[in-house]
Design a protein around this ligand. Structure first.
Ligand code: PMP
Length: 326
């Protein structure tokens, strides 16, 4: 083990975990990249670091400055950690529909948290737009703007993608994951396709997101009635996602994602959030579509402890018409 320099130095180089039961069942190697093992607990630590370092390099963020962001939680948590480590103030605007655990954690980390009513992207009071306006009104402040700031995608093109290629010795057949900002999928797919155009790159979309139709027809179009998953799904094509080389898309129903989360907990000992469930369901579909003998990677985005009150609360799930357990 080499020594990492501070919080930022500990981001990335996460293990690639072979999911034993699903691999044996499908005859493929199904691999989950353990992004929940980043020091801030999610895949978004990578984007948070690249966004802050890009702003520092451009001189947009100077010592003692402020980082403002609209976030469903995990990016904010990554930003709050890095702000503490570098002496910045962190201001977070979060829709009140997000889990209380993430909001409490942000406050514990010292971020100034503003919870706002959930509004569609087109509404001027959408949480992202509020964050943009707040940053514009402050001195020495940046709006991280994770959705359209391509430093986010760059994090995955420069780190997550190369790590996946390295750890599979260039033997990866396919990659799939869901998107929130699109940074992970776009960065990884761009890198992998540049190594080999034969690596199949597939979007995993929760129900109610517009991107499944976008990949299938070229036009984003909302279908279904929404999803209980957090941090993923989109009604628009972000700057990060634009131009991503994708071969296909799967639409994943909530019950399949929830059941997979419980299977992963009980069979593999992995305690994960709902987006990891969507991702692993998509990886299994890929295995079935491609047939045995392929190596398929996906992302285990964050840990289950951020979702005690929802995903791991049978009553809450029942209220959404969903069943706890595999
Ligand atoms: N899973 C979770 C739990 C997330 O918070 C996010 C980010 N919002 C994602 C997946 C999607 O990552 P990305 O923004 O890179 O598309």
């Amino acid at each position: 083990m080499s020594i990492c320099n501070g919080f930022a130095g500990a981001i990335g180089n996460t293990p690639l975990i072979r999911l034993r039961h699903l691999s044996d069942e499908t005859g493929c190697e199904i691999l989950g990249k353990a992004e929940f093992m980043n020091p801030g607990g999610s895949v978004k630590d990578r984007a948070a670091l690249f966004i802050i370092e890009d702003a520092e390099r451009r001189g947009a963020l100077r010592p003692g400055g402020v980082v403002v962001e609209g976030t469903a939680g995990n990016t904010g948590i990554g930003l709050a950690h890095i702000c503490n480590a570098r002496g910045y103030r962190c201001v977070i605007v979060i829709p009140e529909t997000q889990s209380q655990e993430k909001i409490d954690l942000l406050r514990t980390l010292g971020a100034e948290v503003h919870t706002v009513p959930a509004k569609p992207y087109k509404d001027p009071n959408n949480y992202q737009k509020i964050a943009g306006r707040m940053a514009g009104e402050m001195d020495n402040a940046i709006w991280a703007n994770q959705f359209d700031n391509v430093a986010n995608r760059q994090a995955h093109a420069e780190t997550t993608g190369p790590e996946l290629w390295r750890d599979t010795d260039g033997g990866l057949s396919a990659f799939t994951c869901a998107t929130g900002t699109g940074g992970t999928l776009a960065g990884v797919a761009r890198y992998l396709k540049a190594q080999s155009e034969h690596v199949r790159c597939v979007l995993a979309d929760p129900s109610g997101s517009a991107l499944f139709r976008y990949v299938k027809t070229g036009t984003p179009e909302v279908e279904g009635s929404g999803s209980i998953t957090e941090g993923i799904g989109s009604t628009r094509v972000t700057s990060n996602l634009e131009g991503t080389p994708l071969d296909d898309a799967y639409s994943i129903p909530d019950q399949e994602a929830v059941s997979m989360v419980y299977r992963l907990l009980h069979e593999e000992g992995l305690f994960l959030g709902s987006s990891s469930g969507v991702n692993v369901v998509a990886a299994v579909r890929l295995a079935r579509d491609l047939g045995p003998g392929h190596t398929i990677a996906t992302i285990l985005c964050d840990g289950g402890s951020r979702y005690y009150s929802r995903l791991f609360n049978a009553e809450w799930l029942a209220g959404k018409g969903l069943r706890a357990g595999a």
